[in-house]
Design a protein around this ligand. Structure first.
Ligand code: MV4
Length: 445
């Protein structure tokens, strides 16, 4: 078993990993920038190492600093969390070359899924449904025009090295295709250093449904059901729930088994998520994430599986702690992301001192956060300061418990997304589960 884990992250996920380590009897080491000296992860970890100045590129993205810290404290593994270096194949490779275990998949799997054209080809060959479109990269306007004529408009042009919505162009007429194709390539080159783009039929009103998967180093693979993450703004998820209000048990089992079989054939090790667009009863592969995700707690609440502990056990070489038939979905869970942003003023970041903080509690309530009264939110990083995760027997009970939990939450001194969440929980479309990826942005107009 791994004895000491260095956590190459910050905020609530760093604390989440510290907590899992403690429960497993594993030593934890928090690395931090000079802006995070007073963080809860630093306070609660067994050891901490300062790795650089506030700017992420000089600290949480500084590979030599992180590897030096790991050597200094004699860690045997590194957990990357989400964001930062979590899907950096070069980092995963260097971690292993320096004799540490990377708590995540192999560098090869990260690399393969990071190339969206390669990812799509790979999973399609292994049986996952994909959006119709180009076979691979599209090199010129003539070829782009041919694909668009075959698939029919609208189409979407995506960057092969993109992901998360960056550098996409939706094409609604053949007239605008040449210009948008050129723009997509230019932006792809500028943003990702790679001008490869591919083309798909554009789905107008889908939901975002993703499957949590897990593999071990013994060739076992399972899925842990889906999360519906359709409530989002500018590719930032605000609300996630499991199970999806629109999936039947049959549909869930079918896509879940396809996902589990896919990673089994790939030999994928660790936690991952396969993202799909879901429209008119059909699933279409979008991307595969090779990391633990922000919204993993909703899956934990309905399956009873501690996904971070499972990551550490699997990285230690143990077998998955459960088989597919042991995965039982129980009740409903919803997560609200609490960002230090002002929803009344274009979601502008609202860093600063939290004057008063009171966490909600009681039956079925979980608050994953690293904030405290008197904590100063630094302006250098992501604005998410906490996640309110609720479990209930039914979706209806879950929503009523959410309203109760929000009503007792106090975060004074900064603006947060909590008032927006209160509003969402009053909307008929949300209550009936009738929402797509466009819903929130349409409402905000
Ligand atoms: C799409 C799509 C419609 N049709 N692909 C956005 C992020 C990136 N992972 C892929 N994305 C999309 N791909 C086809 N063929 C719509 C989106 C999309 C989206 C997807 C999930 C959640 C929010 C979204 C917001 C805008 C566009």
């Amino acid at each position: 078993m791994i004895k000491k884990v260095l956590i190459a992250n910050r905020g609530e996920i760093a604390l989440r990993i510290v907590r899992a380590c403690k429960e497993l009897g594993i030593q934890s080491v928090a690395v931090h920038s000079t802006a995070d000296t007073n963080s809860m992860a630093v306070r609660l970890a067994d050891e901490s190492v300062c790795i650089g100045p506030p700017s992420s590129k000089d600290s949480y993205l500084n590979i030599p600093s992180i590897l030096s810290a790991a050597a200094l404290v004699n860690a045997d593994a590194i957990h990357p969390g989400y964001g930062f270096l979590s899907e950096n194949a070069e980092f995963a490779r260097m971690v292993e070359e320096h004799g540490f275990k990377f708590i995540g998949p192999s560098a090869e799997h990260i690399e393969k899924m990071g190339d969206k054209v390669m990812a799509k080809k790979t999973v399609q060959a292994l049986g996952l449904p994909v959006v119709p479109g180009s076979k691979g990269g599209v090199d010129n306007v003539d070829e782009a025009m041919k694909i668009a004529k075959e698939s029919g408009l609208p189409v979407i042009i995506k960057a092969a090295s993109g992901g998360g919505g960056k550098g996409m162009q939706v094409v609604n007429s053949f007239d605008e295709l040449p210009e948008l194709f050129t723009r997509a390539r230019t932006e792809a080159k500028a943003n990702f250093g790679d001008d490869t783009v591919y083309i798909e039929k554009f789905l107008a009103n889908p939901r975002h449904i993703e499957i949590q998967i897990f593999g071990d180093s013994h060739g076992n693979a399972i899925h842990l059901g889906e999360r519906d993450c359709s409530i989002q703004r500018r590719h930032q998820k605000l609300v996630e729930e499991a199970p999806s209000p629109v999936l039947s048990e049959e549909a869930r089992n079918e896509i879940g088994m396809l996902a589990a079989n896919t990673i089994q054939k790939m030999g994928f090790e660790g936690a991952g998520t396969i993202e799909f667009l879901y429209e008119n009863g059909g699933f279409y592969f979008m991307e595969m994430n090779t990391r633990i995700q922000v919204e993993h707690p909703v899956t934990e609440m309905i399956t009873g599986v501690d996904l971070i502990a499972e990551q550490i056990r699997v990285a230690s070489g143990e077998k998955l702690s459960l088989r597919q038939e042991d995965v039982v979905l129980n009740g409903h869970a919803i997560e609200l992301r609490i960002n230090a942003e002002d929803p009344e003023h274009d979601f502008r970041p609202s860093p600063g001192m939290i004057a008063q903080f009171h966490a909600p509690g009681g039956y079925g309530v979980r608050f994953d956060s690293a904030i405290y009264s008197g904590y100063s939110i630094p302006p250098f990083y992501d604005s998410m300061i906490g996640k309110l995760i609720i479990h209930g027997k039914t979706r209806d009970e879950c929503i009523r418990r959410l309203r109760r939990a929000i009503s007792e939450t106090v975060i004074d001194g900064v603006k947060t997304t909590l008032p927006l969440h209160e509003w969402i929980l009053q909307q008929g479309d949300f209550l009936s589960g009738d929402y797509s990826i466009k819903w929130l942005e349409e409402q905000l107009k």
